[in-house]
Ligand binder design. Structure first.
Ligand SMILES: [Zn+2]
Ligand SMILES: [Zn+2]
Length: 398
């Protein structure tokens, strides 16, 4: 493994920053302290910063000593999750109900390591923007930074993202061209009937019956309308109706999520859901209120950048440690918004199975969004090295 020596030497420093952020988790758009820590470190290392994009976002600007107009962006996320940490080791969360269970503390630390290195080794042409964004976990912080002018105020030719991946061995990377994470979308279908005495259903209109039929019929979109070669999930996760055994309620509500890898499939599913909802309810004499909320688009890696990232990885860890056809997941990621604007690529870095965790960790698996999760500090030097090599190679690329 070809790690950059200075970054390896900073291990304790960077790990301390990571653990400090882990101990002080902040939720979406509330990353005030975290942004202060990031900004203070960047300034300490002589890096020009801009704050306030997307609320708490921080952008660091590292210009090479040699003249060059080209620029590239590296992005990390800073937010934590609204959940209780099960770990009790020293750097466990000090804030009840908040936890860095997705490793964004590690993502921030890896990018800081790279920024420090680049600031001290400016023998390159062009500019590297280090982007620390708020609110990846559902808040669309990436979108907010873009809306605040991220790519117009700081023009760059490509942007790159990275996420730690539990289950994948440390020292390994995963990437694929095309979709790597799914679009995430939520829906609500309110079926409106007419309540009545349950012993005299003929006097009302039963919304429960319509809701049950609807729940079944909606799955036909996945089995009958969707091209079987296109991945898609439609999960109804909530059905609410009624309050008594002997009362037919006025209305029923179905809620759930839809995941797809392309916007075309998403368009199809949304259109068919609306049609089936409207017609099924009409057939049962009910009215319907259909709401479909698109949250994150699919994260789609640009093929050229995906191949480039795989090359950068292979140069660091060797051919056999890079899976460049990694299987995508139905999770979602707001880096998708950045990849809609610019060429770029989002990759996974193996976080291991959890045996890196300090004594006092929770008894659960070291999985993302699990109370027993912890980022693997062994990745700090590798992730930092990857960021540096990626930026330098991209800027030097003809
Ligand atoms: Zn997450
Ligand atoms: Zn995450």
């Amino acid at each position: 493994m070809k790690l950059l020596d200075p970054i390896v030497a900073w291990r304790d420093d960077i790990s301390q920053i990571r653990r400090d952020i882990h101990a002080h988790p902040e939720l979406a758009f509330e990353e005030f302290r975290t942004a202060d820590v990031v900004a203070a470190k960047l300034e300490e290392w002589g890096i020009e910063i801009h704050r306030g994009l997307g609320g708490t976002g921080v952008v660091g600007i590292i210009r090479g000593d040699r003249p060059g107009e080209r620029a590239v962006g590296l992005r990390a996320d800073m937010d934590a999750l609204p959940m209780q940490e099960a770990n009790t080791f020293a750097h466990a969360s000090k804030h009840a109900g908040k936890m860095h269970a997705c490793g964004h503390d590690g993502h921030t630390a890896m990018l800081l390591a790279a920024a420090r290195y680049l600031a001290q080794h400016r023998d390159f042409a062009g500019t590297v923007y280090v982007i620390f964004q708020p609110a990846e976990e559902g808040g669309g912080g990436a979108k907010r930074m873009i809306d605040d002018g991220l790519f117009t105020r700081f023009p760059m030719e490509a942007v790159f993202g990275m996420h730690n991946w539990p289950g994948m061995a440390p020292g390994q990377f995963g990437v694929t061209a095309g979709p790597i994470m799914a679009s995430s979308n939520e829906f609500s279908i309110v079926v409106k009937g007419k309540g009545t005495h349950a012993g005299m259903p003929n006097l009302g209109i039963d919304p429960v019956m319509a809701a049950v039929q609807l729940a079944q019929s909606l799955q036909t979109i996945i089995t009958r309308n969707r091209n079987p070669l296109d991945a898609a999930v439609l999960s109804i996760t909530q059905i609410h109706a009624g309050s008594a055994d002997n009362v037919v309620p006025n209305h029923a509500e179905l809620r759930g999520t839809v995941r797809t890898f392309t916007l075309e499939v998403l368009d199809l599913i949304e259109r068919r859901m609306e049609e089936i909802s409207r017609h099924t309810c009409a057939a049962m004499d009910c009215e319907v209120e259909f709401t479909f909320q698109r949250n994150y688009p699919p994260t789609i890696n640009h093929p050229e950048e995906a191949a480039f990232c795989a090359d950068v990885m292979r140069d660091i860890v060797g051919d056999d440690k890079v899976n460049d056809h990694v299987q995508p997941t139905m999770g979602a990621e707001d880096f998708a918004f950045m990849l809609q604007e610019l060429p770029g690529c989002y990759v996974w870095i193996g976080n291991g199975v959890g045996d890196h965790r300090a004594a006092g960790h929770g008894l659960g698996p070291c999985m993302l969004h699990n109370g027993s999760y912890d980022f693997n500090d062994d990745l700090l030097a590798l992730g930092g090295t990857y960021w540096v090599q990626l930026a330098l190679k991209r800027l030097a690329k003809p």
